[in-house]
Design a binder for this molecule. Structure first.
Ligand SMILES: Nc1ncnc2c1ncn2[C@@H]1O[C@H](COP(=O)(O)OP(=O)(O)O)[C@@H](O)[C@H]1O
Ligand SMILES: [Mg+2]
Length: 241
């Protein structure tokens, strides 16, 4: 099952061999109030439809790397190409439009609006303001179906369990059919079993052609993804395989 046609994105089996995401010499430093090097220039390729775990100790620069890939902030140097298009040098407005079109985010805390229902929270992920109501509802239900939550679509977010909340957050990230889902420590606040099921759900997104980037401390993630990127002290220390 797919959420919509995949015609407007590069999925597995695409005729293009080049990576969906290409970082070349991408680094990040802040200069005020003091100069701090957070991410040393690194090269990284991520194929369309791949699943990638970014691992490493706390403070290593994992979230910073995810935020650069997610175009939440521009890198201090280097080149970031997405599907062959250079992203550096774009305005903040252009980056926002890019995120809205291509990326879905899942954060550590599911960040639901408590007083809204599960399906209304999923609807927040639809960025096309002109989409007719019937299509919106249909899409939200399909996204909830992927995470196995159609039965609780009308339940208030405040009445959901931790695992259900994360699944709603995943559905919200999926509902616009993004090329890439970026999840930053999505299992950090969950118990073992729930964390495993959330990781499994995220890893399964690649079955739909979605590219997954997951920042995690969770060792189980290693066995669920195609590629592991380790960050230590702001350096890319290892890429497997
Ligand atoms: N905008 C910023 N200004 C100053 N320091 C920052 C900024 N963003 C991140 N850092 C610092 O950079 C380091 C890496 O942060 P982060 O990428 O959040 O690490 P991780 O996600 O691996 O825990 C941390 O020491 C953090 O405090
Ligand atoms: Mg982090």
């Amino acid at each position: 099952m797919t959420l919509t046609s995949t015609a407007d994105r590069v999925g597995p089996g695409s005729v293009q061999d080049k990576p969906l995401i290409e970082l070349r010499g991408v680094g990040f430093a802040v200069t005020t109030p003091v100069s701090v090097r957070i991410l040393h220039p690194l090269d990284l390729d991520i194929a369309a439809g791949a699943s990638v775990a970014i691992i490493g100790p706390s403070g290593a620069g994992k979230t910073t790397l995810a935020s650069l890939i997610g175009a939440l902030q521009p890198p201090s140097e280097g080149s970031y190409r997405f599907d062959g298009t250079e992203m550096t040098g774009r305005s903040l407005r252009e980056l926002a439009a890019f995120r809205s079109r291509h990326l879905g985010f899942v954060f550590q805390n599911s960040q639901l609006i408590e007083e809204r229902t599960a399906i209304d929270n999923v609807d927040l992920g639809i960025t096309d303001a002109g989409m007719p109501g019937a299509e919106r509802a249909e899409r939200c239900l399909r996204a909830l179906d992927i995470v196995g939550l159609t039965a609780i679509a009308d339940r208030s977010a405040s009445d959901l369990s931790g695992g259900e909340r994360h699944r709603v957050a995943i559905a919200r990230a999926l509902v616009k059919n993004p090329s890439v889902v970026i999840a930053d420590e999505p299992t950090a606040s969950l118990d073992q079993a729930t964390g495993r099921s959330v990781l499994g759900l995220l890893a399964d997104l690649t079955d739909y052609g979605t590219t997954l980037i997951v920042v995690t401390h969770d060792e189980r993630a290693a066995s669920m993804v195609d590629q592991i990127v380790s960050i230590v002290d702001g350096h890319l220390s290892r890429v497997q395989p």
